[in-house]
Design a protein around this ligand. Structure first.
Ligand code: FMN
Length: 409
């Protein structure tokens, strides 16, 4: 396994560890990788354009208003050119700029205009790293989807000891190697996923229905996260205000029956994530006309069970997806009940969330979940944005799929 034929843009920030970029460039230059670099104004105090250019064999970009090359609009073209952007070292100051969405020089403008993933490699004094302001920025940037490696614990250039030391060029190289290994594998395998999201509506008459408070956000974010990993994703979503994304095949449904039909049509897939809050019951008969309010009491409405989509998928003999993920919204005994559900429904992972507390779960931008696998291993993701939780869930799914794929072949 090695990094081959990739285009990597390295942004070199103003930290004492900047000189280590030369070792990383040397490692990456093997196997036909092309490297372009941007040197920040402070970065230039620590490493010279000449040494970088000697290794990369490319000019070093520095100025956003470069008269010679801005005819090509570097701040756009550099990120379009790259397969991955690495910021090394990522200083405390640089993270502040990114978390504020600044575009005040070439490096920050390229990042803000980027359509690529960005790997941050922080390096700073331990006090700078553990400062609340820095930690707040790290949290914001992780929410935004930036990737991080390090920092490590160790002795620093200033003589102090603690967390803040930059990961070594070897460690960074291994991270990049693993990153592209997964990306290429996913690309070559043409993995497909289906995600169900949102509520369903079961009409009792032409205008009234039984439903629930699900917004569909968590499933929607999972579909985006899987798609970002290179997986062809179909999202089957109940009534919601979320805007369809071009890169995701979106099928809008209203009732549980419609969702079931669309799920069947989307098979076969490799991954199925059932995050929709599907109504368990539907009226046996929908009243032809609107129930009148002048009745003193409503004639009783009889319900029957809807099809269990999760069970249909995980017990499907012909087209069982390789990874079936269920959701378990509980108000008590979260883990115990979720594990029971996973066993009963025969799924591979269950995402358990406690919906008894306000401010997370249903109809909120936040969630807190436990990802439990069929061996009972549990990964707790503390309260965070649903997009962040979705990325974590997608990572676990992918790791499981890749292990399964390795064992399968
Ligand atoms: C000798 C020296 C070493 C420095 N090392 C670091 C460092 O390791 N990490 C860091 O966050 N800032 C460090 N700084 C402060 C940054 O250089 C400063 O915040 C700068 O504005 C960062 O520029 P950038 O945002 O382009 O990376 C150092 C400053 C000096 C003078």
């Amino acid at each position: 396994m090695s990094v081959k034929n990739k285009r990597i843009l390295i942004i070199i920030g103003g930290g004492i560890a900047a000189y280590k970029c030369l070792d990383l460039i040397r490692l990456l230059k093997k196997n036909n990788n092309e490297i372009k670099t941007i040197l920040t104004k402070s970065g230039k105090e620590f490493v010279t354009p000449l040494s970088i250019t000697t290794l990369t064999k490319n000019k070093t970009f520095e100025d956003i208003f470069d008269k010679k090359s801005e005819a090509e609009i570097d701040h756009i073209s550099l990120s379009r050119w790259a397969d991955l952007i690495v910021v090394l070292p990522t200083t405390a100051n640089f993270m502040t700029k990114l978390s504020l969405g600044k575009a005040e020089d070439l490096a920050t403008t390229v990042i803000l205009a980027s359509n690529k993933e960005i790997l941050l490699v922080p390096a700073m004094n331990v006090r700078m790293w553990i400062h609340k302001a820095t930690q707040k920025n790290v949290k914001i940037l992780k929410d935004y989807g930036y990737l991080f490696i390090g920092p490590e614990k160790g002795e620093m250039a200033c003589g102090e000891y603690g967390e803040g030391k930059m990961s070594s060029p070897r460690q960074i190289y291994s991270y990049i190697e693993n990153y592209f290994y997964k990306k290429d594998l996913v690309k070559n395998k043409n993995f497909k996923a289906l995600v169900t999201a949102g509520p369903t509506r079961e009409y009792i008459d032409p205008v009234r229905y039984i439903s629930n408070e699900s917004s569909g956000k968590q499933g929607y974010e999972i579909a985006l996260a899987l798609n970002k990993l290179g997986i062809e994703t179909t999202l089957i979503i109940g009534p919601s205000s979320l805007i369809s994304q071009k890169s995701i095949k979106t099928k809008k449904i209203v009732t549980a029956d419609e969702m079931f039909t669309e799920v069947k049509k989307s098979l076969p897939v490799d991954i199925a994530v059932c995050s929709a809050a599907v109504s368990d019951f539907k009226p046996i008969k929908k009243n032809k006309n609107k129930f009148k309010k002048d009745q003193s009491y409503l004639t009783s409405i009889q319900f029957k069970k809807n099809k269990d989509i999760l069970e249909f998928l995980s017990k499907n003999n012909r087209h069982r997806p390789r990874i079936v993920v269920g959701f378990s919204a509980e108000t008590e005994n979260l883990n115990k009940n979720s594990i029971l559900k996973m066993r009963k429904k025969n799924c591979d992972l269950i995402i358990a969330n406690d919906v008894s507390k306000k401010g997370k779960g249903f109809n909120s931008d936040y969630n807190e979940v436990s990802i439990i696998d069929s061996d009972g291993n549990t990964k707790i993701i503390k309260k965070n944005k649903k997009s962040f939780i979705a990325n974590k869930i997608a990572e676990v799914i992918m790791d499981k799929l890749l292990i399964d794929d390795r064992n399968f072949n």
